[in-house]
Design a protein around this ligand. Structure first.
Ligand code: ZN
Length: 216
């Protein structure tokens, strides 16, 4: 049974679209809500409710935003620490050369490696913390709640071939197709070039965080 559809049943507005199958025991909203209490990962539960239970989510929209913000800031800090560590490593490599007049090839190689590493780490830094981070969080939840269904399998993630069900290749069984950069840029009110250059890593990281929580 699809737990997402069960959860959607908690929405009064959706209830009237429910198709009843003969012989299948019906779960009450209390049963479903009880099962949700067992999802122990707070983020998983909050994202799940926000995406699949919009009525219930009115209450926890603030909460989910707070949890995702906390995760974003933690990642931001991790990247900054990584940058500081790479700067120090490069400083040490340079200092070793200065102290010995760079006579050893291994020291020059070490400096080159440290410089390359610093460039790599710099390139994956996120922009300074500001209001766009909130826009990203909101856009990600809207994206997850919007059925961007795969046209091949119509969102089922599987295709029937004769008697067999096989995983849909175009969407890799997810049932969804990715939203374009252009649309994501629009949602956070950036132009597409700016989105790609500056915001895409933040967006994709936040999306992966919430999508994984949802999959749990
Ligand atoms: Zn598909």
């Amino acid at each position: 049974m699809n737990v997402r559809k069960l959860l959607a049943r908690l929405n009064p507005a959706a209830a009237r679209y429910e198709v009843h199958h003969g012989g299948v025991p019906e779960l009450t909203p209390q049963d479903i809500a009880g099962a949700l209490g067992m999802i122990d990962d707070r983020l998983a539960r909050e994202v799940f409710c926000t995406v699949w239970w919009p009525d219930g989510a009115q209450l926890n929209r603030v909460e989910v935003d707070r949890i995702v913000r906390e995760a974003q800031l933690r990642e931001w800090m991790r990247l900054r620490r990584e940058l500081e560590a790479a700067k120090l490593a490069q400083h040490v490599a340079q200092d070793d050369i200065d102290g010995t007049y760079g006579t050893r090839a291994s020291q020059r190689q070490a400096l080159q490696r440290a410089t390359d590493e610093l460039e790599t780490v710099k390139a994956r830094q996120w922009p300074a913390v500001g209001p766009i981070y909130r826009a990203v969080r909101q856009a990600v939840l809207v994206e997850l709640a919007t059925p961007n269904l795969c046209p091949h399998c119509e969102g089922r993630g599987e295709i029937r071939i004769g008697e067999r069900l096989i995983t849909c290749q175009p969407c890799d069984g997810h049932g969804r197709v990715p939203v374009s950069d252009r649309k994501r840029a629009l949602m956070i009110e950036r132009d597409e070039a700016g989105y790609r250059r500056v915001w895409r890593p933040v967006y994709e990281w936040t999306l992966a965080l919430c999508a994984n929580a949802l999959a749990d």
